[in-house]
Design a protein. Structure first.
Length: 319
């Protein structure tokens, strides 16, 4: 048999094996669901299709009513050594990121937000809630794609700006925010497929927002007003996405912590700028213990829990 035919047969087997593995996973998940969860997921799927068709969900974003600034809840501790923060921010400005096993990876500045840095696969801009992000042929390794889109590096850039007032850090942050909004339109693509990812992104945006000076930051002056309006519009859209897509039933594990954390942070920023708020939803987690409640998992989740329940107890500072 020619080598090309042999290679082709191996690819077909691999594709069949992957499809069978996904089918087994789905059947196993279905077997573990209660009747109530099955009903919930069926109704949610109907709502998602209605949302994609434009029947449900409004894209209207209320204009922010910029009022007097609220008290800052984050600041810089005295006598901070700025060098580690500036070195980290300069690496980001040069496009170098650490993404799991990809150390000092040349991701670009700004990165290509819909590309998996591990495989180079560009995820399609399909309706996010219906995108099969578990399919590596479609999105690559989704964890590697999602990691830079959580925007933890925005906080590093904002820290450098808070410590120095250097415009270069603020401008890099602005460029990253604006290109993300351009390349990841609301509800479209892999970055709008998970409420957890949107919640974590909101948490990091909130920290960066405070560090650059909040609603009256110098970077929002002049043509920066339009940037501020675009950013706040996306904050509102993130909040709507998370609120309408909370994990429930067997999915209400550590994901719910990040989602609730993002919702809390979104509400804090909306109170500053006067965006219209939807009524807060009570978030409850069932009492049954599972693998997500393992002690190691709880230790890893501790910072997220502190963001959710302790945001008004103390002011975080750079140290």
């Amino acid at each position: 048999m020619p080598a090309t035919e042999i290679a082709g047969s191996f690819e077909l087997r691999a594709d069949a094996s992957t499809a069978a593995s996904r089918l087994r996973w789905r059947l196993n998940r279905l077997r573990c669901m209660t009747p109530a969860e099955i009903r919930h997921r069926a109704m949610r799927m109907l709502a998602i299709h209605a949302e994609r068709a434009g029947v449900l969900g409004s894209a209207r974003v209320p204009a922010p009513r910029i009022g007097s600034p609220a008290d800052a809840w984050m600041g810089c501790a005295p006598n901070v050594d700025p060098e580690p923060y500036l070195a980290a921010a300069d690496r980001i400005r040069a496009g170098r990121l650490d993404i799991f096993a990809l150390r000092d990876f040349d991701a670009g500045s700004p990165p290509r937000w819909n590309r998996d840095p591990k495989t180079g696969i560009e995820a399609p801009l399909r309706f996010g809630k219906l995108l099969d992000y578990r399919n590596p042929a479609t999105v690559g390794d989704i964890k590697y794609l999602w990691e830079p889109n959580r925007h933890l590096h925005f906080v590093t850039l904002a820290q450098a700006y808070a410590l120095t007032g250097a415009e270069r850090y603020a401008q890099t942050l602005r460029r990253h925010v604006e290109t993300w909004i351009d390349e990841c339109p609301f509800r479209m693509g892999a970055n709008w497929s998970s409420a957890l990812e949107a919640g974590l992104r909101l948490m990091n945006w909130s920290l960066a927002w405070q560090l650059i000076g909040g609603v009256d930051s110098p970077i929002f002056r002049g043509d920066g007003e339009r940037f501020r309006a675009r950013w706040l519009e996306s904050v509102f859209q993130h909040g709507e996405f998370v609120t309408g897509h909370f994990s429930q039933h067997s999915s209400a594990n550590n994901h719910l912590i990040g989602e609730a954390g993002g919702h809390v942070r979104r509400r804090l920023e909306e109170e500053v700028v006067g965006l219209e708020l939807q009524p807060a939803r009570r978030v409850e987690v069932g009492g049954g213990a599972d693998a997500e409640q393992h002690v190691v998992r709880r230790r890893l989740l501790a910072p997220d829990v502190m963001q959710v329940v302790g945001h008004d107890q103390r002011q975080p500072q750079l140290r």
